[in-house]
Ligand binder design. Structure first.
Ligand code: ZN
Length: 208
C-alpha cells in the first residue's frame, strides 16, 4: 500500500479553468458516433439488461453520480459520459474528455482506470466501474485488462456498444478475465442525458 488514505479522487480539480467554460458553441467539433444514433436510444435497453437480474440501490446511486460527472463533459463540449470507479474504498471520478484534451483515448472509463492505476500503483485494479453508457470496444478491452470485477452501465449503445449492444467483448474468450456485467441501470435517464446534449448541439448549429 502506498500509505494514502482511501477517499474520493478526481483529477478534475487540476483541470478546471479555461476548459471548464461552456463551449457548446464549438460547432467545429467532430460529430460523435452517437450523433446519428437512433431516436429510441436510451429508452430502455434493446437487449437483455445484463447478466444479473436485480438492481441494487448502490448501483443506481453509482450511475447517478456518474451522470453528474457526465455533465462536466457536456459543459466542455464533450459527449456527456461519466464514470465512477469504486475500489478498495476509493472513488475515482472521470468523464469523457476526448475533445477537451484532445485525445481519442480520453473516454471516461479510460481516464478512471488510469487514475486508479496511478494512485493504487497497480494495473490489476479490480472493483466496480459505473458508467452512464455502454462501453465501446476500446474501453471494454481496457476494463477486462484492468481485471475490473463488475461493470454497471446505464443506456446501451446500439451503434458502438461492446458489452452486448453491437458485440460482447466481455463475454468473449479473447479475454480470460470475466467481468460481471449489469446494463440498463437508469437506462431512460442516461439515454435522455445523451439525447439532450445532441438536441442542444443541433439546435445551436441551426441558429448559427
Ligand atoms: Zn470508450
Amino acid at each position: 500500500m502506498c500509505g494514502s488514505v482511501p477517499g474520493k479522487y478526481s483529477a478534475a480539480e487540476k483541470r478546471e479553468g479555461p476548459n471548464a467554460k461552456n463551449s457548446l458553441e464549438a460547432n467545429s467539433a467532430p460529430v460523435a458516433q452517437l450523433d446519428s444514433a437512433s431516436p429510441s436510444e436510451g429508452e430502455g435497453c434493446p437487449f437483455e439488461p445484463g447478466r444479473e437480474h436485480h438492481f441494487s440501490a448502490d448501483d443506481e446511486s453509482g450511475i447517478r453520480t456518474a451522470m453528474f460527472l457526465a455533465e462536466r463533459a457536456a459543459a466542455a463540449g464533450d459527449v456527456p459520459v461519466g464514470a465512477l470507479l469504486h475500489v478498495d474504498g476509493w472513488m475515482f471520478e472521470a468523464w469523457n474528455e476526448k475533445e477537451a484534451r484532445p485525445d481519442p483515448t480520453a473516454h471516461a472509463e479510460m481516464l478512471a482506470l488510469a487514475q486508479a492505476a496511478r494512485v493504487l500503483g497497480r494495473w490489476r485494479i479490480g472493483g466496480t466501474l459505473y458508467v452512464t453508457k455502454e462501453p465501446c470496444a476500446m474501453c471494454a478491452g481496457a476494463i477486462a485488462a484492468a481485471r475490473i470485477e463488475r461493470l454497471v452501465f446505464g443506456c446501451s449503445d446500439p451503434k458502438g456498444g461492446a458489452a452486448g449492444g453491437v458485440v460482447d467483448l466481455l463475454a468473449s474468450p479473447v479475454h480470460n478475465h470475466r467481468v460481471a456485467v449489469r446494463g440498463g441501470v437508469l437506462a431512460a435517464e442516461t439515454g435522455a442525458q445523451l439525447r439532450a446534449f445532441f438536441a442542444l448541439r443541433r439546435g445551436r448549429g441551426n441558429e448559427d
